[in-house]
Design a protein around this ligand. Structure first.
Ligand code: TRP
Length: 371
């Protein structure tokens, strides 16, 4: 029985990542691959160590090419439907790490067109969010000489000329089957995957030779690239390789949705200290109903959203994480204290992030490409 849904436009229920690997036909990130990455990067990012990035397509091929001296570039993106929360930062934090370790160029697509087509938002709104989101992305420290950020509607001449080449190889019945579209779906939405495919070969067009491309993304975006991988060889390009991340957990428990429409479910990059305190105080935990009971029986970190925040972003290292886990299970670490420590770490992170976000306003023109 399937009790979760993962599509680029909807994520629902408690995701079983093992099942998803089979369903999507993607490959698990094996220990062997991690060792291969480590040979080049010297250390493993905690996202790899903790299997937060957990699956891939053709990552072994990317490493083969790299080892033969063919460098790859990186491509990821953001759908600007609102301000960004901590979960939205994951692929960007990881992409920036890959940029540093492999000295790679990065393309970042901000799909103001997509969110206009799929959501009840005006183009003015999605553009405004797009610019605001670009600040969060820049704040993460990308190299301005090697990072190219664009809003689709402001880079449309370049994109359109390539998107139609993809579109010519995609039929309505294929996108219908892949995304569950119906006859009522607007034609912009039907076309859209062609636009998202373009940056996966744009560097090859610009360079006039094939350049391997690696796409870090949240696993919900995989279907776009499944299609891109079918079409691109027909246009004479390499298939993009992909590395997939799990979803950042909601503060309201594993099944709860994390979105702008449910502001208490997530910490947004623009949140104040009071917001953080309130949200963490109200977060869903694996604690018992009374302190007495918890001291006796312990808590359950497996279901705890506070623990998962440590696991995804705020644990210092593997040793500390293990300690938190064990102290929770044994009843030694209680929720009040655990929440307080987490809230302090988040506030510290946000303070720094918001400062860099402010600085990014002066830098944004160095990152944005338009035509
Ligand atoms: N469609 C993505 C979203 O809604 C944004 C996006 C565009 C993207 N290109 C991408 C995400 C490439 C990952 C990789 O968030």
């Amino acid at each position: 029985m399937k009790d979760f849904v993962v599509t680029p436009w909807e994520v629902k229920g408690e995701v079983d990542y093992e099942k998803l690997i089979k369903e999507f036909g993607i490959s698990p990130l094996t220990q062997e691959l991690l060792e291969r990455i480590k040979k080049h990067t010297k250390e493993l990012h905690p996202f790899l160590e903790r299997k937060i990035f957990f699956a891939h397509r053709d990552l072994d091929w990317i490493l083969d090419m790299y080892e033969k001296g063919e460098k790859f570039y990186l491509y990821t993106g953001r759908g600007p439907s609102g301000e960004m929360h901590l979960g939205h930062l994951l692929p960007f934090i990881f992409t920036k790490w890959l940029q540093d370790k492999f000295d790679a160029k990065v393309y970042i697509q901000i799909t103001d067109d997509e969110k206009f087509l799929f959501k009840n938002l005006t183009l003015e709104q999605t553009k405004k969010f797009g610019y605001s989101n670009a600040l969060d992305i820049i704040a993460l420290g990308f190299d301005k000489k090697k990072t190219f950020i664009f809003l689709d509607t402001e880079y449309s001449k370049t994109l359109y000329e390539q998107a139609i080449k993809v579109a010519k190889h995609l039929t309505f019945s294929t996108v219908k089957a892949t995304f569950g579209f119906t006859n009522e779906t607007n034609v912009g939405a039907i076309f859209f995957t062609s636009v998202q495919a373009v940056p996966a070969f744009l560097e090859s067009v610009k360079e006039g030779r094939n350049v391997p491309c690696l796409v870090p993304l949240g696993v919900d975006q995989d279907p776009h690239f499944r299609l891109a991988r079918d079409v691109l060889p027909k246009l004479g390009f390499y298939k993009p390789a992909v590395i997939h991340s799990k979803f950042f957990p909601s503060l309201l428990g594993k099944n709860a949705k994390m979105s702008a429409s449910e502001p208490n479910s997530a910490i947004f990059t623009t949140d104040s200290e009071e917001d953080v305190d309130r949200k963490i105080k109200n977060a869903f935990t694996g604690g018992a109903t009374t302190i007495k009971e918890q001291k006796e029986k312990g808590g359950n970190p497996e279901v705890c959203s506070v623990y998962s925040y440590y696991y995804f972003l705020f644990g210092k290292d593997e040793k500390e994480l293990k300690q938190i886990y064990e102290d929770c299970k044994s009843g030694k670490r209680l929720c009040g204290e655990c929440k307080q420590i987490l809230a302090e770490r988040i506030k510290k992170f946000l303070k720094e992030h918001q400062r860099k976000r402010e600085e990014a306003k002066k830098e944004i023109d160095k990152f944005l490409i338009k035509d």
